[in-house]
Write a protein that binds this ligand. Sequence first.
Ligand code: HAM
Length: 423
Amino acid sequence: MSTFQAPIGTHDVLAPKSALWEGLIATFAQFSFQYGFTLALTPMFEEIGVFNRGIGEHSDVATKEMYVFQDRGERTYALRPEGTASVVRAFIQHQPTTPYKAWYVTPAFRYERPQAGRYRQHHQLGVEAIGTDDPAMDVEVIALAWRFYQALGLTRVRLLINSMGHDECRGRYVEVLRGHLEEHREELCDEHQKTWSQNPLRVLDCKRESCVRVVNDGPLLPDFLCADCAAHFDSVRNGLDALGIDSTLEPRLVRGFDYYTRTTFEFVAEALGSAQNAIGGGGRYDGLSEQLGGKPASGIGFGSGIERLLLAREAEGITSNLINRTIDIFVVDTTGRDNATVVVDELRRHGYAAERSFDSRSMKSQMKLADRSGAAIALLIGPQEAEADEITIRDLRSDDFERAQQRIAREDLLLTLRQHLNK
Ligand code: HAM
């Protein structure tokens, strides 16, 4: 019988790599806390309308990539392709005080053609701040992402930024863009020759050379901003300058979802080359609450792919972990009784990370496990030690066999470990 594999475009994450994930998530949780964001957990699936209305029926994600299913009650649901629409749906449902600042870590599902850095299940760290259109919040959200990337050790990240304006200025732009695309429709890629008129902004996202050429000759969004939107955008850019965060204006950056208004941005990891190099992206969505049936509430947020962050670190040659996941002590017990059980319990109660072996292995085999565990210290309990109520403590990092090993009274164990491990 054939064995099962993880589905195409998905990955298992096991140790030691999973320790890098822990480090990333713990660091992001700490940053979110420092910036005043609280954890939000929402269901992995929602009524399909949450995404269709939220990210836009004509977006690539909604038309081609969503995992849609019917449950046994014949309700139509979709696995979440992104985090924002669900958080806004929860905001409308629970009406927390504003500004409501939430962070999340979640898998996201998109039926895309898998390749390096692009998966059918990826994982996002993100934040959403709902209930204010103050440009200072845009700056805060972008700064959180930027400082987080710095903390990960990334140095080759570029921040691209644009403003899509509000409904009216964007509407005026879209009309002019529509005229331009109509004029050049035969030069567009095959797909956009058919779909350009449904949502002309999607053509700006197209990476195919033919569309890029048409778009490059076309009108630019920032030229269509009304005075309010232009002032909002200036404030955001000035705020970023004040924090020493460099941003590059990218007037064609519209991003793939329909909910975006005003500020949009993307973080590009230059070490990743040109394909799948966006390690994060986000923007304002001042109309999304209403689109989902709620009261008007402006919002802004960003999401960052964990897999891509790790690829970017790798590409920059960063190997350090952000969290210590090596154990302190390995207990080797050859008495055949429950000494190891009691000792590891005591150590763990005192804050040490301790491991032991199972299945009554030989001394040699247990020592091998101790070496492999990465622990700094092994505690050896054989029949002699047990009889004398003692314990042998061995420094696994020392080559000097004589000095590395010391026999102590059982009752002095914690004191001796404190001296050895400095904790
Ligand atoms: P997004 O740009 O679609 O935005 O995704 C955010 C990040 O998730 C991307 O920059 C990338 O790092 C990662 N990502 C996206 N798709 C994949 C994939 N198929 N495989 C691997 N990584 C991927 C959003 O999802 C918005 N919800 C962001 C946002 C939050 N806007 C406002 N608030």
